[in-house]
Design a protein around this ligand. Sequence first.
Ligand code: NAD
Ligand code: TYD
Length: 344
Amino acid sequence: MQRRLNRILVTGGCGFIASNFILALLERRKDMLVVNLDKLTYAGNKMNLLALEQAQDSRYVFVHGDIADQELVPRLLAEHRIQAVLNFAAESHVDRSIHDSSPFITTNIQGTHNLLEASRKAGIELFLQVSTDEVYGTLGPKGLFTEDTPLAPNSPYSASKASADLLVRAYHETYGLPTVITRCSNNYGPFQFPEKLIPLMITLAWEDKPLPVYGDGANIRDWIHVLDHCRGVELAMDQGRSGAVYNFGGDAERTNIQVVTSILDLLGKPHSLIRYVQDRPGHDRRYAMDFSLPARELGFAPSVTFEQGLQETIQWYGDNREWLRRVQDGSYRDFMDAWYGERR
Ligand code: NAD
Ligand code: TYD
């Protein structure tokens, strides 16, 4: 199946993944209108899409608002004659969900429900939910998550994402809403908020501050460059089977300690900066993805190796210190002090 979409609503477009998605999509597709609905939480930054705003690109419309707004969302779908909704908006950080889960319930569950309800009533052609491998819970030393792995989330974040996925499924089964769910492993690359492992460790190492590694550092994540994930979402938008779930992965399993030592080595900093700290409660041991289904159906394949991507990412943060300075504001410091203060 090949959809011909050229008017889409992207939610959370000022966050890490969706800002990369919008920039890459508009670079390739001259006939695309993107309406970006973003609440501009601590994680959302209009600077990420400054280039589009400065160019006054008529293919891009920014709307400051909440996906849970029951009046705004239906109005946007009608006003812009939206054909597809791509829901990237979320509270996305596991540690914050442990600290305070309330916004995760409001945005990730109620917000998704509001988008689904408006999409159903507007008769849109596709609802694409951007989800995560974390909904499957944790793996032992062997095996991979497939699209049929039962959902077994362990953190308030992953439970809220799994809840949203189930609502998407139900809207497909009950109302026949055309839906696709994509589940991806850990992303890294430009514009990632510096609370997540890779940018946090880069920024701490620059300042010769201790690098907090949870537990024994042997937890494994599969890392994918954000642009490979974005390409997967675009393929799923264009060709994904209605009702399907697609797992995306980077084929790059690394222990956390491997990631942290690679960053230190690339920066020429000593391993003595590493501090093993109290583990994250409910910490999933291992994530790894079987992405043979999207490989077969969509032609998906990650293209950036972890070593190349990590080097480029370090370079990007070095070249964008003003961006960093601006996102590391008072609310960023308040959370970091509260969270890591308890863990020393
Ligand atoms: P992010 O935290 O960087 O950005 C989230 C964006 O959503 C921000 O711009 C924020 O302002 C916006 N937002 C939050 N609440 C909102 C609301 N109620 N209404 C409108 N906008 C709101 O997140 P990210 O890392 O870019 O993740 C994007 C999506 O991808 C999320 O759904 C996440 O679950 C999923 N995902 C992320 C990863 C990863 O490694 N980061 C991996 C797999 C899946
Ligand atoms: P994170 O970037 O928060 O992503 P997720 O929890 O969604 O996988 O964390 C990636 C891994 O790094 C995870 O196993 C937790 C670990 N971690 C640390 O060891 N120290 C830290 O300070 C952070 C933020 C994460």
